[in-house]
Design a protein around this ligand. Structure first.
Ligand code: ZN
Ligand code: ZN
Length: 287
């Protein structure tokens, strides 16, 4: 156990060195007093800058490093609970300093599922959708498969807890898909988490892929069961996995209106077209 704790502490220091501008000399001593370790150089993408002489450590994150074989319990379509012995560390998000760390027997954290072929590899949660999951998630992205409602629509509800778990797991974009996964709803996790937090609501996505590649999508916030509020938000786009040529255009046929709105898709080098989510309705492909 002790060796593991030390290994975790070394890992923490390395992470701290990577995450922040502090060098080893400026980092406060940790209980394990390993600050004399060689530090890892800054990531290349970050401009070289003088570390702030005194970081007030205003933004602190708790990071949990579980030891071997923690237990996993499914909580929702998006998340499970991890629990067991581990190291709980408080780390400054600005300078990376480890402010406090403690080995505990019963650490606990909510994390998003790790879905492979419709089953969470960690807790065993299984989607009801017979969905082939052949695309691997890109860094910073995570795919969740919505559940069929029996009437041809697929739905997924996310609570603030689910969104916080995704954000903690460094998921920037959540992809929500139905059976085929050719057209998906892409959610900016941070923006929607803030919106859900402000409204004390949960966030629901309904979608249905049509055979011609078009997509029905509807997003809503709800803070009382059965009551929905349509979402007016920038944090969601729709992705259509299709060929680069010809150019893709979308016509939105909104549920509560009769005029079509046309929008040009934006090509992404990762192999899909993207358009902003505007309102609930059918997003028809025009090529
Ligand atoms: Zn700091
Ligand atoms: Zn799980």
């Amino acid at each position: 156990m002790m060796r593991k704790a030390i290994a975790a502490a070394v890992l923490l220091l390395l992470l701290a060195a990577l995450a922040g501008g502090c060098t080893a000399e400026e980092a406060p001593a940790t209980p394990t007093d390993l600050t004399e370790q060689e530090t890892v150089q800054e990531p290349e993408t970050e401009p070289v800058q003088e570390p702030a002489p005194e970081c007030p450590h205003e933004n602190v994150s708790t990071i949990i490093y579980f030891f071997d074989s923690p237990s996993y319990t499914s909580l929702s379509a998006a998340s499970h609970r991890v629990s067991g012995p581990g190291v709980v560390a408080e780390v400054c998000r600005d300078c990376g300093a480890v402010l406090k760390e403690e080995t505990v027997d019963d650490a606990e954290e909510i994390r998003p599922h790790s879905m492979k072929k419709g089953v969470c590899a960690l807790c065993g949660y299984r989607t009801q959708t017979e969905a082939k999951q052949d695309k691997r998630d890109a860094p910073g992205e995570r795919t969740l498969i919505a559940q069929p409602d029996g009437n041809g629509l697929f739905f997924l509800t996310l609570t603030e807890q689910d969104l916080v778990a995704l954000e903690n797991a460094k998921v920037k974009t959540l992809l929500v898909r139905g059976e085929h996964g050719k057209a998906v709803v892409a959610v900016n996790v941070k923006e929607i988490r803030q919106e859900v937090g402000r409204e004390a609501a949960s966030f629901s996505i309904e979608l249905s892929e049509r055979e011609d590649g078009s997509l029905f999508a509807g997003l809503s916030l709800s803070n009382t069961p059965g009551r929905k509020e349509e979402l007016d938000i920038d944090g969601v786009t729709l992705r259509f996995y299709a060929d680069r040529t010809p150019d893709l255009k979308i016509a939105l046929n909104p549920t509560d209106g009769d005029s079509l709105t046309e929008t040009d898709g934006t090509w992404d080098e990762n192999g899909y077209w993207t358009v902003p989510y505007m309102s609930e309705g059918n997003y028809l492909l025009i090529r």
